[in-house]
Design a protein around this ligand. Structure first.
Ligand code: ADP
Ligand code: DP6
Length: 335
């Protein structure tokens, strides 16, 4: 009962920030629908992937996981069990698990390692347990580990229905990567772990006076972005994504624990994006819970955007990403 999977992170075009009150059940139900691109690195030395091997066996004495060479415990291991316990129950298996996982990109730096990691975990676990679940069903189980992981169960462009229960909060594919021509030039200004995890941040969203309006606007914008993706309309997708990212950061900055994920370097990259746009390059920015910036543009403009940004002193490196294929199981095990 052993299986391995590869999965990619995703960049949200419409953000998930803040959760529905589910009476403490930990369902990670978002306040609004969201939309993303699952991303695969094509230059910059990273494929942007999590590789996870899961084994269940009667000879394993306790549940354990090694992430990036370090045995995890406490809340981190608890989140893994939130995904695996229900799957073990469905499969009727009581054995303990042993897991190893590696990310080929920075962990906890706002590049969505949790999304790639929990998606790979759900896929590898269900395969090791011999379960035959649809991607939509699997997405609901991945969501229990990390909300945004729901969207990484599909490649290409993805829509997460917020739902109102475990079963109704799932992700579906909008289209494959080939139908909407989009690249993300990821500009890394800091690879360190963020000070406050998204897990904690979500809990404080409702304390911002802007939370309600962000939620309302995002629900409408998710539908607009979905149809603009299907129309291959970068201007609409890019301008809404940029705006939606600013709404989320406005909520973060005005919560009772003020969350300033931006750094000075982040603002410099934003200004460069604006300057490039004024020069006629169609490029837009979006930022998740960290200081690093995703610049969204057409594939043919990506080399120019990358060249412009990577020579700046405050930029550590850039990775160009395109829409990824679906996550998949592989025969190469990590132990
Ligand atoms: P990020 O922006 O990278 O998603 P988060 O703070 O939201 O940052 O999530 C980081 C956490 O996600 C890690 O501390 C760990 O608990 C979990 N995580 C990251 N990578 C993996 C992985 N490959 N497998 C399982 N969990 C992972
Ligand atoms: C800012 O999914 O990382 O990237 O559910 O606690 O794991 P948890 O949070 P997470 O939240 C990430 C939110 C975001 C925006 C987004 O991906 O939609």
């Amino acid at each position: 009962m052993k299986a391995s999977a590869i999965s990619h992170p995703n960049i949200a075009l419409i953000k998930y920030w803040g959760r529905q009150d589910d009476g403490g059940r930990g369902l990670n139900l978002p306040l609004n629908d969201s939309v993303s691109m699952t991303k695969e690195g094509i230059s910059g030395g990273s494929r942007l992937q999590s590789h996870t091997t899961v084994e269940f066996s009667g000879s394993i004495e306790k549940d354990m996981m090694v992430l990036e060479g370090r045995e995890i415990c406490g809340r981190e291991l608890e989140r893994v069990r939130l995904v695996i316990d229900p799957l073990r129950k469905i499969a009727g298996v009581e054995s303990h698990f042993s897991i190893r996982s590696v990310n080929d990109f920075p962990t906890a730096a706002g590049l969505a390692s949790s999304a790639a990691g929990f998606s790979a975990l759900a896929l590898a676990s269900s395969s090791a347990l011999g379960l035959d679940l649809t991607r939509e069903e699997l997405s609901t189980w991945a969501r229990l580990g990390s909300g945004s992981a729901v969207r990484s169960l599909h490649g290409g462009f993805v829509y997460w229905h917020k739902g109102s229960s475990h079963e109704t909060s799932f992700a579906e594919k909008v289209c494959e990567g080939g139908s909407f021509q989009l690249n993300a030039v990821i500009v890394i200004v800091n690879e360190g772990r963020k000070g406050i995890s998204s897990d904690i941040g979500h809990e404080h969203a409702y304390t911002s006076p802007f939370n309600e309006i962000r939620t309302e606007l995002s629900q409408k914008e998710a539908l607009l972005v979905r149809s603009a993706i299907l129309d291959n309309d970068l201007r609409t997708v890019g301008s809404i994504a940029e705006r939606n990212s600013k709404y989320m950061h406005a909520v973060m900055m005005t919560s009772d624990i003020p969350l300033f994920y931006w750094q000075g370097e982040t603002l410099k990259v934003i200004k460069s994006v604006h300057a490039m746009r004024e020069r006629g390059i169609e490029v837009y920015f979006t930022i998740d819970a960290g200081p690093n910036v995703h610049c969204l543009c057409r594939p043919e403009d990506a080399p120019e955007v990358q060249k412009e940004l990577e020579c700046q002193d405050h930029v550590l490196r850039t990775i160009v990403a395109r829409p990824a294929k679906d996550p998949h199981t592989i025969d190469e095990h990590l132990f």
